[in-house]
Design a protein around this ligand. Sequence first.
Ligand SMILES: C[S@@+](CC[C@H](N)C(=O)[O-])C[C@H]1O[C@@H](n2cnc3c(N)ncnc32)[C@H](O)[C@@H]1O
Length: 284
Amino acid sequence: MVTQQAGTAKIAIEPGSVQETLIIPLYGRKLCAEVFPRLYNDTSAAELCARLDYDFSGLDRQAKSTFWRFGALEAAMRQLDMEWEIRDYLAAHPQAAVVNMGCGLDQTPRRCDNGTCLMYNVDMPNIIDARAELLPEVAREHNIACDLNDARWMDEVDGSGGAIFFAAGVFHYFTFAQAQALVSGLAERFGGCRIVFDTIGKLGRRLMRSTFKSFGMENYDECLCVEDVSELRDWVPGARVTSRGYMLGYYPMDDPAVTGLHRFLARLCDRRVKMQIVRIDTVG
Ligand SMILES: C[S@@+](CC[C@H](N)C(=O)[O-])C[C@H]1O[C@@H](n2cnc3c(N)ncnc32)[C@H](O)[C@@H]1O
């Protein structure tokens, strides 16, 4: 849960809620900008962390460990992958809607703003309230407070110039059926849209068990996991479904602070944990 503390400018995020999951990628991006500045130099996550009333001390203590630094790389690489897909889509559809599904406090659409696209951020109402305080809407940007599983949010998106929908770190919390319903609903309404999201395989889901449990999710066995992208081919008739490695599928992680162990883990994540960026290009 997110609440604003009376009399302070800080926003409180209550531990143990699914919404708290936004802290991990946000902190990861902050850490990545500090440790791997050549790879990722966005300092906005650090500015946002400073405005949250959240106990970061546990994360700060672990920040020097190889594994946490690798976690930071994961958060940043995912954002860079999403940016690649958005820029690629905008090159052909400069007035498209760029829709950040389960946005948390992420600002990827703004980083890709070409001056003509529309930007939408969708998340649960308490996250959108916090967002409105911390990141007031800019020109052509709209926040939508809604559960993604309630298709009414789609009514607010103007996809007349095309649309790219992306979800970073969100579909792990959906069941296979929920993810399928969301994707096929988008494809039905927004012909020619692109839908991009990250997935993990069975091993990845097992490794994430304790994370799921800590957010009170007992049904994690039903959560979406994808071993091979061909499993999604019948989600949207006629669509082109492809995937790339999450860690190394777009960029070579070029930074002197990236160690041999980080590279080994990156290959392991892409190949064994089946961390992928899935892209679905629907027919127009
Ligand atoms: C791991 S965080 C990722 C946040 C952001 N995409 C990022 O990369 O920083 C997951 C986000 O998805 C949101 N979320 C999860 N389930 C949702 C749902 N059913 N409807 C709307 N938002 C949801 C959470 O509130 C949270 O902000």
